[in-house]
Design a protein around this ligand. Sequence first.
Ligand code: FES
Length: 186
Amino acid sequence: MKSSNQSCSSDCVKRRGFLQTTAASVTMMLLADVFPGRVSAQDAGTEVPVVELSRQRIAKLSDLTKDVPIEFNYPSRALHTNCILYKLGTEAGGGVGPDADVVAFSARCTHMGGDLSQGYIAEHKLVGCGEHLTTFDLTRHGIMVAGHATERLPQIILELDGDEIFATGIVGLFYGYHQNPTAENN
Ligand code: FES
């Protein structure tokens, strides 16, 4: 006869496994809706809020140069809303353009808000934080690959309309916010 502890332990493990699988599946579905065809199981390790924000023109596709980042603020000029647009020259999750290589991310490290604007490592398509050396993979939705941060870098959702690149939302939360700012927050 099973003791109540054995039974609980077994049930708890099963329940935990079910919840983890469900959370990963839901995350993957959310990301798949936003980035059709470019989400792998590896990307679905954490719950990530996907938030639609105002539509804002960022740049012209034809003006971009490979490995030359462009800084912008989105969706307003509120604290910590500085972001960076990258033309990586290699296909990336959530990328737009004919080569799916144009992506954008928050420029604030998810560890303690370090500024990432000078941290692009073009050779490896990573961005690194000079504060405590966390690095994020820009080809895989900003997942953390080393360092102190525990959350991926918030990714800006991009749309291409002709030659114009627009931001329309964010996957994740800007550093320091419980709720993402809107265009009205300055
Ligand atoms: S603030 Fe970026 S690693 Fe600590």
